[in-house]
Ligand binder design. Structure first.
Ligand SMILES: *Cc1c(COP(=O)(O)O)cnc(C)c1O
Length: 430
């Protein structure tokens, strides 16, 4: 197996791009080795610059739920392209998109399109703050909401105290308004609310976490947050950038039957193009400019190509609900196969799965929050990752990521993945 072209591209990239990549986790720092540069992809398969083939378990970190280069999305973009890629004026597609999102996500009555998940969450907390007239937000340890200043806060051991910035450049002033609770703990959130009476604007979380690996909400957790938010007039924000249109058409809210006040969306919503959205109750969204006083704007927001791709994707998913049964069953089959292998090898690893998202944690702990996720042996993960990669299986290059199954992955691919995994687990033991 030769990675010559990827290697030389990476050397050149490092001269002109910080770390050689436009998003840090792509650099393979957590697993070592050289990142692969991709040339094309079709269905379940990626092809790198050295023309090697990989089964893709990242699927662009979620968006490619129908596999790569799906004809429905491709056609829609082609049609939009010839009519000019951007006008900076309203278009019919934006109206159709907004109506479609409101029909799919029951808690969303009005929605604003943006260009990334980061923009969606940044805008959502601004609106929650403007609407409530309060400054502080609660976020859960280990949840990722994009790279907005307010979200780059690590809890450290001092959960429930004022946050400290996770990145230089985030000011202490910003960090002190972000309060951290462990995921799955209602009592921690209650305590923070008690200590900050009438000061909390919003609680934001990934209803099913993907960004510390896949972590499942315990029974009653989401409902418990809903009850607390109602009691204290706090805006409950579900960050469904990852889970939206994936765990069910209506996202985690549909799956767990809990409604958020505001929802942030991204990834699948753009069909592979850069799109995000935030929406929620009319009475909240009516605070957004030009109707209300809270400013938020975007030169390329609602971009015709992006809307065409996203609309094609969402319409396809809406009219083909069987996609969800298929990807969930495929994922369950893969996960059960992995569990069998792990048991046979006499190992005790943990697999968390919700629908078509899953993570194999190299720990025997029950992973329910950031602390338990961190018990994973990242060394073992790196060995597993490299072995899988060398056998043509492209996993997310970090222990703390979820894997995403597309409906282009079928029994043939599952068999190949399981075969490679058996070999990779042997490497760990050796
Ligand atoms: C990916 C992600 C984001 C950030 O979206 P970008 O498009 O990368 O800015 C925010 N929240 C969640 C839950 C995500 O998974």
């Amino acid at each position: 197996m030769s990675n010559d072209k990827s290697k030389s591209l990476f050397e050149k990239a490092k001269e002109y791009i910080p770390g050689g990549v436009n998003s840090p986790v792509r650099a393979f720092r957590a697993v070592g080795g050289n990142p692969l540069f991709m040339k094309r992809a079709k269905g379940a398969y990626l092809y790198d610059e050295d023309d090697q083939e990989y089964i893709d378990l990242i699927n662009s970190w979620g968006p490619m739920i129908l596999g790569h280069a799906h004809p429905v999305v491709e056609e829609a973009v082609k049609i939009a392209l010839v009519n000019s890629p951007s006008f900076g004026a309203p278009t019919a597609r934006e109206v159709e998109m907004a109506e479609l999102i409101c029909s799919i996500v029951p808690s969303v009555e009005k929605v604003r399109m943006v260009n990334s998940g980061t923009e969606a969450t940044m805008s959502a907390i601004r609106v929650a703050r403007g609407y409530t007239g309060r400054d502080k937000i609660i976020k859960m340890e280990g949840c990722y909401h994009g790279h907005g200043d307010s979200f780059l806060i690590a809890a450290g051991s001092g959960a429930m105290t004022f946050g400290t910035p996770d990145s230089p450049g985030v000011t202490k002033g910003t960090a002190k308004d972000t309060l951290i609770a462990p995921f799955n703990s209602i009592s921690a959130v209650e305590k923070i609310i008690d200590e900050n009476k009438n000061e909390i604007a919003a609680i934001i979380l990934e209803p099913v976490v993907g960004n510390m690996g896949c972590v499942v909400p315990q029974p009653g957790y989401l409902q418990g947050l809903r009850t607390l938010c109602d009691k204290h007039s706090i805006v409950l924000i579900f960050d469904e950038v990852m889970t939206g249109f994936r765990l069910a058409l209506g996202g985690a809210q549909e799956l767990y039957n809990v409604k958020a006040d505001m929802t942030t969306l991204g990834k699948i919503i753009g069909g592979g193009l850069p799109v995000g959205a935030y929406g929620g109750k009319k009475e909240i969204m009516d605070y957004v400019s030009p109707l209300g006083p809270i400013y938020q704007a975007g030169t390329l927001s609602g971009n015709p190509l992006a809307m065409a791709a996203g609309l094609a994707m969402l319409k396809y998913l809406k009219s083909n609900p069987a996609v969800y049964n298929q990807i969930n069953q495929t994922t369950t089959k893969l996960v059960e196969g992995l569990r069998d292998q792990i048991a046979k090898a006499g190992q005790k690893f943990t697999i968390n799965q919700v629908g078509s998202m899953f993570t194999l944690f190299f720990t025997d702990a029950n992973v329910i929050d950031f602390d338990t996720a961190k018990t994973s042996d990242t060394q073992k993960f790196a060995i597993y990752f490299q072995s899988m990669l060398s056998q043509g299986i492209y996993l997310a290059p970090s222990q703390y990521e979820a894997m995403f199954i597309s409906n282009a992955i079928n029994n043939v691919e599952i068999d190949k993945i399981l075969k490679a995994s058996e070999q990779a687990l042997r490497q760990i033991k050796a």
